[in-house]
Design a protein around this ligand. Structure first.
Ligand code: HAM
Length: 510
């Protein structure tokens, strides 16, 4: 390999990991703007920000999102966080009894969590200890100890940890952990941050993506709550300037024989009849989760799905009434919606209201937000019976849609470039930069002296609006030259007039 090729190879190693990406300026301005709008809008609805750790126990997601869902079964970034501080089982100086004792101590003191996998590992370890003690087949102590050391080194204790694939489960965990049911109810929380799912990357689908979400926990299941959550969401989209979005709603009832469970059985029976015409994914889902067949995007299945029974015809009376009232509440708030009986969502914790918002410019990954009600979730995670509803916006997709519709423009470039020449002018320039920045203007102050021509060229390239020209004359006269770069006009101003002038211009242009 030539040196040049070797160097290229080396460079190639350090790229963002597949499905992840760097967000760069000026685009990050737009991200900040969108996040700022979220902070503002959500706080007007009484929500406070929660920040949960990215690392959470794997079981939290398996329990809440559902072990059979794509997210949990295929897409989580999971690893074993091994227990630190145990003696090395491969070390001859540690006897098998001592090693097993230290593991048991770890479990007693909760340094090793009492999870199924740790208990299974302990049982395996104890079986190895027993074999060491019995020493079958005339093994010597040394041989038996060696065998134990090899086996014990492969039995691992620790916690299975995952990167958050979504935040609803984490927020519910935090609600329980911090006894938030003791606070005035409902508790309204919002969050923004990175989530991780090992999906096939494509436009609008990443392995590290960002969500802005909100959850309302512990209130009633009054339909006005569902409608207000959606109203807040649409207000946010509106403030962001998102155009052409569509809100789809549905009710998936609750898990009872006279409601969703009954419907699922009818759906399963209907699917069995057309099984041969379905693709392998849908065929599998007839057994695991027939509702998910309704999510299918396969062209060949669309005609068949259209003939399947609708959930709206199988809701119990309470869920039907709830759904009707949610629609009425949306109408009271002037929120436009379309009903979509196929909207079942891909996570197991939902009941009754589900919703999704699509936006243009996103290709096949056009869902910019998803959400719904999940009244049983907090209880499922070990908390008190608690009502809950919320949503999460895919921030990457929101930004993409804003950009595609031309609403994603962010002002670029500096306000003022200070072109200075000479020692004295440099000192004045440093002071001027400080004052202008503290007045809120963005200022580029070159670190080295440059000829004015070159400096103005640089100012142009950076997209500066003005060049402040400071040379010996300007400094001694106390009159500074301000050049408007768009039309080349120049004027002389005192320091005080300069600030006044810039402030006025800013008002005119904003
Ligand atoms: P979700 O539908 O899985 O719901 O995700 C919500 C949104 O996150 C999607 O509509 C999409 O915009 C975005 N999203 C999901 N996966 C990706 C990806 N791989 N790349 C880019 N964007 C993605 C939830 O996560 C629920 N926790 C929402 C919720 C909150 N329900 C109740 N409360």
């Amino acid at each position: 390999m030539s040196d040049a090729t070797a160097k290229r190879e080396e460079r190639r190693k350090f790229q963002a990991i597949r499905g992840t990406r760097d967000l760069l300026p000026p685009e990050t301005e737009l991200w900040n703007r969108v996040e700022q709008i979220a902070h503002e809008v959500f706080s007007t609805f009484g929500y406070g920000e929660i920040r949960t750790p990215i690392l959470q126990m794997t079981d939290l997601f398996a329990r809440s999102i559902g072990a059979e869902t794509d997210v949990v079964a295929k897409e989580m970034y999971t690893f074993i966080d091994e227990m630190q501080g145990l003696p090395d089982p491969a070390n001859f100086a540690v006897s098998p009894d001592e090693y097993v004792n230290s593991v048991e101590e770890g479990i007693k003191s909760n340094e090793i969590q009492v999870t199924n996998s740790n208990l299974r590992a302990l049982a395996r370890l104890k079986a190895e200890l027993e074999m060491f003690r019995v020493r079958a087949d005339g093994q010597s102590v040394e041989e038996a100890h060696l065998k134990f050391r090899i086996a014990a080194s492969q039995i691992r204790f620790g916690d299975s940890i995952s990167l958050e694939p979504e935040a609803t489960a984490s927020v519910c965990r935090a609600y329980i952990e911090h006894n938030m049911q003791q606070l005035p109810q409902p508790v309204k929380l919002y969050y923004m941050g990175p989530m991780f799912r090992r999906e096939r990357p494509q436009k609008g689908r990443y392995r590290q993506f960002y969500q802005i979400g909100a959850e309302i926990l512990g209130g009633t299941d009054a339909p006005a709550i569902d409608a207000e959550v959606i109203e807040m969401l649409m207000t946010f989209f509106d403030k962001c300037g998102l155009l052409g979005s569509t809100l789809y709603i549905n009710s998936i009832g609750h898990n009872a024989d006279n409601c969703r469970r009954g419907y699922v059985e009818k759906l399963r029976a209907a699917l069995e009849k057309v099984k041969d015409k379905l693709g392998p994914d849908s065929q599998r889902r007839i057994d695991t989760n027939p509702l998910r067949v309704l999510d299918s995007k396969l062209e060949s299945e669309q005609g068949i799905i259209a003939t399947l029974p609708h959930i709206a015809d199988h809701l119990c009376d309470e869920c039907k009434t709830h759904y009707t009232a949610v629609k009425r509440q949306l109408e009271l708030r002037g929120v436009l919606y379309q009903e979509n009986w196929r909207l079942v969502r891909g996570l197991d914790y939902y009941m009754r209201t589900t919703f999704e918002i699509t936006a243009p410019g996103l290709g096949s990954q056009n869902a910019v937000c998803g959400g719904g009600r999940y009244d049983g979730l907090v209880e499922l995670l070990g908390g008190p019976p608690t009502k809950g509803i919320g949503f999460a916006i895919g921030e990457d997709r929101l930004i993409l849609s804003l950009q595609e519709s031309g609403k994603g423009q962010v002002p670029q470039g500096r306000d003022i470039y200070i072109a200075w020449m000479g020692e004295k002018a440099h000192a004045t320039a440093i002071r001027a930069a400080k004052d202008l920045r503290s007045a809120g203007f963005s200022v580029e102050l070159p670190p080295l002296e440059q000829k004015f021509g070159k400096a103005l060229g640089h100012a142009d390239k950076l997209g500066a609006k003005y060049a402040l020209i400071l040379g010996d004359n300007e400094v001694s006269e106390g009159l500074w030259t301000l050049k408007t770069l768009a039309d080349g006009t120049q004027q002389k101003l005192t320091e005080a007039d300069l600030l006044e002038f810039l402030r006025k211009q800013e008002k005119v242009s904003s």
